[in-house]
Design a protein around this ligand. Structure first.
Ligand SMILES: Cc1ncc(COP(=O)(O)O)c(C=O)c1O
Length: 376
């Protein structure tokens, strides 16, 4: 199979995506909640028609995402962004089912337009001021955060025209974290929850991870709905949809040695193609490789750009690495393609799929035209 896939290539595996979608559908049905796919984490639009069969729709944080949802999933998005420009807002009115505002000033600015569109539900993003995320770059509840309205600024009653609330303070976390977050949200914002018609609990729910306690989540959501029967509950995970659904195929272009360090230079870049590995940071899994000295041959993985820090290491292999060897970076579907850049003009990985019958199809190749079009 690998020999027919061009390198480098992001490859999604349909069976694995289906497993995730089935599980999310079960939660949706058993807990009577809506589950959306968040495009910021997972915008593999070839599979939007499939996702539509299992999920309740999608959420967008920009006009581009909302338009992609409309064009490829055929539904209007649940939209939230830190702020809307006048021009973007006009477009979002035609593309959105709900629009959540990050501040009361943004709500005031666009209120009259929203009232002319009673079919679009308006919400406010609240900031519960509580989260258990340890990496600050992913933590919307850090002191001074620009994301969401803190309780001190919220009026006692929901502003006229606002029907829902939205929060997002989780990242790769389980339902026990959600339980503690909900305790804080209810304690601080409970009176507003009683007045609202819907509550969007954001993303960061790692529902499809193998050790996630799905039954606990369902029980938690059911209990919440008993306390707030007035609320339609929405979850909008991105990562959980794309979690462990595919890989990035790479090829060794050269092996160099300096200061006692052996580096395999690859045709992929950590900076341009797997930016979370440097931002989070985390060390991605390479199929068949181990930690340094676990196997006899240890190497650093060198990225394809000229950025000195574009490397990851170290990994050990049972065999010596040679030019043209292929490597598989596991779990490279969510938060990769949506974040890639054409920095250095390095070759962007192709995008392909392995369908349920095990057949590979090349879906897209990004080339010089795309690189040139983004510059002038
Ligand atoms: C508002 C909002 N909703 C949903 C998500 C999706 O989160 P995840 O992909 O971690 O589930 C994010 C991610 O940053 C977000 O900011």
């Amino acid at each position: 199979m690998l020999n027919i896939i061009p390198s480098p290539c992001f490859v999604i595996e349909e069976n694995k995506l289906l497993d995730n979608l089935r599980l999310l559908k079960k939660v949706r049905e058993e807990a009577s909640v809506d589950i959306l796919v968040a495009l910021k984490g997972m915008a593999f639009w070839h599979y939007f028609p499939l996702m539509k069969q299992y999920l309740s729709g999608a959420c967008a944080s920009s006009v581009n995402e909302a338009r992609l949802i409309f064009e490829e999933m055929g539904v209007k998005s649940h939209t939230y962004a830190p702020a809307y420009s006048e021009a973007d807002f006009e477009q979002l009115l035609g593309l959105s089912k709900t629009i959540s505002f990050n501040s009361l000033s943004q709500w005031k600015k666009f209120k009259s337009k929203m009232l002319q569109h009673p079919e679009i539900k308006a919400g406010l993003r609240i900031n519960p001021g509580y989260s258990e995320i340890e990496t600050d770059i992913y933590n919307p509840a850090v002191p001074g955060s620009r994301l969401g309205i803190p309780i001190e600024q919220m009026p006692q009653t929901l502003p006229e025209g606002i029907s829902g609330l939205h929060f997002h303070v989780m990242c790769e976390q389980d339902s026990f974290v959600l339980e503690r977050v909900l305790n804080v949200v209810e304690e601080k914002f409970g009176h507003l929850l009683k007045q609202a018609k819907w509550l969007n609990m954001g993303g960061g729910h790692h529902i499809t991870r193998s050790d996630y306690d799905v039954e606990h989540l369902i029980a938690l959501l059911k209990g919440f709905k008993l306390r707030y029967p007035n609320l339609k509950v929405i979850l909008e995970p991105g990562e959980a949809v794309g979690w462990q659904t595919g890989f990035l195929l790479a090829t060794v272009l050269d092996v160099v040695e300096s200061g006692g360090v052996k580096t395999a230079i690859l045709d992929v870049s950590f900076s341009a193609h797997m930016p979370d590995t440097l931002e989070m940071p985390y060390k991605p899994v390479i199929r068949g490789a181990g930690n340094p000295d676990e196997y006899p041959y240890t190497y650093r993985m060198g990225g394809a750009t000229c950025l000195a820090g574009d490397f990851m290491g170290d990994y050990s292999f049972p065999k010596e690495l040679r030019t043209d060897d292929q490597l598989i970076f596991e779990d490279m579907i969510h938060y990769t393609m949506v974040k890639t850049t054409l920095f250095n003009g390095v070759k962007h990985p192709h995008i392909g799929k392995i369908d349920s019958d095990g057949e590979f199809t090349l879906l897209r190749s990004v080339g010089y035209e795309e690189y040139k079009l983004r510059l002038s």
